[in-house]
Write a protein of this length. Structure first.
Length: 250
């Protein structure tokens, strides 16, 4: 969230917000762009009424693009067809078109922002001269006035989400830490139980003894019986038996 905040999130995504971007972590404020448009009557110079509605829990945050365009046979009112509802103000060719030359962009957007920013839905009326100028040598037919607006949640709601998200992350860390301690506890108690079970189990080793005898003692035994030993004898076994008998006698 902090990374997206540092780089402006989806602030620069204007006319191509797709479903994937809308549902990404960077779009935590439910940003969405909508377009509203209405036909123009240049002959009678009548005004227009634009209606904009954002999805629930979001409000109008900015005017991303506005102007006059040829009718693209798109539905009237608020639509999601924002890919054809956009004029790149950095492109001199688009700004130099006849339609945009007749548009009073600053007047239009100033009034729109003053009336609609911060609202979930807005209906605004424009007089013809508030947003358009007419060159008498041109016949303007099939023209539309449009506005693409950005919808997003308020800063208060986003901050509230950040707090709840941080709380959820802390709870997740606490659960992970508790789980780790539980695993360590079970591992240690299992080792203790294993040792207790081993102590409780009686085996033949519990009745066996181990005695270390000097190596020289075995060699002395061999020297004393050198003439008695044959190939059938196993000296080490006899030596062990003899030592065992001697220990028992003691």
């Amino acid at each position: 969230m902090e990374i997206f905040k540092g780089f402006g999130g989806l602030e620069h995504i204007k006319n191509f917000v797709d479903a994937t971007a809308e549902k990404s972590i960077g779009n935590i404020g439910f940003s969405q762009n909508v377009c509203t448009k209405m036909p123009l009557d240049f002959e009678h110079r009548t005004g227009v009424t634009l209606n904009v509605g954002c999805q629930k829990t979001t409000v109008i945050t900015d005017v991303l693009s506005s102007g006059i365009m040829l009718d693209m046979a798109l539905p009237l009112g608020t639509t999601d067809a924002i890919h054809t509802c956009y004029v790149d103000t950095d492109d001199p060719k688009q700004m130099a078109t006849f339609e945009m030359a007749q548009f009073r962009k600053k007047n239009f957007e100033t009034k729109f922002k003053n009336k609609c920013l911060g609202l979930e839905a807005c209906e605004i009326e424009f007089k013809f001269e508030e947003f358009a100028r007419v060159r008498p040598e041109k016949q303007m037919l099939n023209m539309m006035v449009f506005a693409q607006v950005g919808c997003g949640q308020s800063k208060e709601m986003i901050e509230s989400k950040n707090v709840w998200g941080l709380a959820a992350a802390c709870i997740g860390l606490l659960i992970s830490f508790t789980f780790s301690l539980t695993i360590q506890y079970l591992y240690r108690t299992d080792k203790i139980d294993e040792k207790l079970a081993d102590l409780a189990l009686v085996t033949i080793d519990d009745y066996a003894t181990q005695t270390r005898l000097p190596k020289g003692l075995y060699q002395e035994y061999l020297d004393n019986r050198r003439g008695e030993l044959t190939d059938d004898h196993i000296p080490i076994n006899e030596f062990t038996a003899a030592m065992g008998a001697a220990i028992k006698q003691q």
